[in-house]
Design a protein around this ligand. Structure first.
Ligand SMILES: [Zn+2]
Ligand SMILES: [Zn+2]
Length: 239
């Protein structure tokens, strides 16, 4: 990918006037990112993982993919992330999502760009944020996946496309069989028919990928509607 993450003049000027403070240890970060080098080094970086779904794998794992992906290949091509959803990344993401600490989201998005940009290969046609139900959006005030997709899209010069809506609230999945859970998820999302995605390379953007069920359901919907390739970009992957 050709585009480097661009720092705007305003950001540089702001940094010159008010130097950054580390969002983890609160000491001056001594650089344009609000995270000091030593806190960055101590983050739970993703080591050996499944090349398909990024599930963390033990170092002695015999295959490049996890057992689940080998048994049933997902509808997406790959999941690109750099962090495990462990302390303190879980705390940062909770702050971003539930306490409106938007700078947590921007720091994590910038780390993603620094660590993942080299593995992207060809530039995708569009980014698709995971939609949230309107009631949750109203309660939270924003959709964190859309904020991330906008940040990454701006940095990499890729359009953000609203191709899938979330008209039905997803009820608790607890206690349901795998088949019932799949059905529940499938009914929760709807493809917006006026969007043309035929032959396109699309990326689903999410904050955390836990079971891949949501991303996989969305990828299957996009594939059914003609997308040629679907990837997932997320800030962190649950072990
Ligand atoms: Zn720090
Ligand atoms: Zn996998």
């Amino acid at each position: 990918m050709v585009n480097r993450f661009r720092k705007s003049y305003v950001q540089k000027l702001t940094f010159a006037l008010i130097p950054g403070r580390c969002i983890l240890c609160q000491s001056p970060s001594m650089r344009e990112l609000d995270l000091c080098l030593s806190c960055e080094k101590s983050l739970p970086w993703l080591g050996n993982c499944c090349i398909r779904c990024a599930l963390p794998l033990p170092d002695n794992h015999q295959h490049a993919q996890c057992g689940k992906c080998l048994r049933k290949p997902p509808a997406f091509h790959s999941c690109i992330t750099a962090l495990r959803y462990d302390f303190p990344v879980d705390r940062l993401i909770t702050g971003f999502k539930h306490q409106r600490k938007m700078h947590h989201g921007s720091v994590l998005a910038e780390l993603w760009l620094q660590r993942c940009q080299a593995q992207l290969g060809t530039k995708p046609d569009a980014l698709i944020p995971v939609p949230i139900h309107w009631r949750r959006r109203l309660f939270r005030g924003f959709n964190q996946s859309l904020v991330l997709a906008n940040d990454l899209g701006k940095a990499l010069d890729i359009n953000v496309l609203h191709a899938i809506s979330h008209p039905r609230a997803t009820h608790s999945q607890q206690g349901l069989s795998a088949a019932a859970r799949r059905k529940n998820l499938q009914r929760a999302f709807r493809f917006l028919a006026d969007v043309d995605i035929k032959g396109k390379h699309l990326v689903i953007v999410d904050d955390v990928v836990t079971t891949t069920a949501t991303a996989n359901t969305m990828a299957a919907i996009l594939a059914r509607n003609g997308a040629a390739r679907i990837d997932i970009w997320c800030l962190a992957r649950t072990p």
